[in-house]
Design a protein around this ligand. Structure first.
Ligand code: UP6
Length: 259
């Protein structure tokens, strides 16, 4: 995977959303995903407007908004995604039986199935979760499986991680298009790796989150897309900081494919 560029890898991608994402990444020269973890719709939309030009993906935790309204939150967010050409990634980390996941995915206030391009899932329920998502998704949404976590003391072990990867690899044409992880786990070049826990100014937070730099995430840990939250959203100059993360991450990718 290391020496291959995204264009070459794209031909190995079986999932249409993976191909679409890579197209956006190449077009914008961005492998930066912003995690916009804020509690007001106005903040979410304001940050999406500022970050939009520099990112390939905006990741949400839509259920932390205190003033969520479909018409006032999702409609304008979709308009911004179109304007700035980024994908929407709802980090719901689905982890229940198929029937429940299918309800959580399609129903409730958030109706995630109607707007998200990508969603996260845990591997713990096994194949039934992916089957349920596949059945209830008309738009071929890309599922990304949390196979390793960034926080200190998490309970995932290497056996669990391996099982996640084999689930992802066996469903990569229809449902799973990638993983959230801290290291390169799949040798299939079509599988995309998202790596959170990236921050240029600190190595941890006070709730066991651990951080590395964009270069470490990409060159040492195999990230294809880095996920940056507070490093961006709490910056005094969001646009300049986003530009900085974007160029550092893209340069690291270019270094990797030349090696
Ligand atoms: N996230 C992690 N670690 C994981 C999985 N997901 O941090 O293993 C998510 C968090 C948050 C973002 O839910 O939205 O990535 C990281 O944000 P931060 O950069 O502000 O720490």
């Amino acid at each position: 995977v290391d020496g291959l560029d995204f264009q070459t890898r794209s031909s190995k991608m079986l999932h249409p959303m993976a191909k679409k994402l890579v197209e956006v990444m190449i077009g914008k020269k961005s492998n930066l995903c912003a995690a916009v973890d804020v509690t007001k719709t106005s903040e979410l939309l304001g940050l999406a407007e500022q970050l939009g030009p520099f990112v390939c993906v905006i990741k949400t935790h839509i259920d932390i908004l205190e003033d969520f309204q479909y018409e006032r939150t999702i409609k304008p967010l979709l308009a911004l995604a179109q304007k700035h050409n980024f994908l929407l990634f709802e980090d719901r980390k689905f982890a229940d039986i198929g029937n429940t996941v299918s309800l959580q995915f399609q129903k409730g206030l958030y109706a995630i199935a109607t707007w998200a391009d990508l969603i996260t899932v845990h591997g713990i329920p096994g194949p039934s979760l992916l089957k349920a998502l596949e059945k209830s998704s008309e738009r071929c949404i890309g599922a990304v499986m949390v196979s390793e976590m960034s926080c200190e003391g998490n309970l995932i072990d290497s056996e669990y991680t391996k099982k996640c990867i084999s689930l992802v690899e066996s469903t990569s044409s229809t449902c799973a298009m990638g993983v959230v992880s801290q290291s390169r786990l799949s040798h299939q070049s079509g599988i995309l790796q998202f790596t959170p826990g990236v921050n240029l100014s600190t190595s941890k937070d006070n709730l066991s989150q651990r951080y590395v730099s964009p270069e470490q995430a990409i060159l040492e840990r195999g990230a294809d897309i880095i996920i940056v939250g507070r490093g961006l959203t709490q910056s005094p100059n969001v646009e300049q900081t986003a530009k900085d993360y974007q160029s550092k991450a893209w340069e690291a990718y270019l270094t990797r494919i030349q090696s």
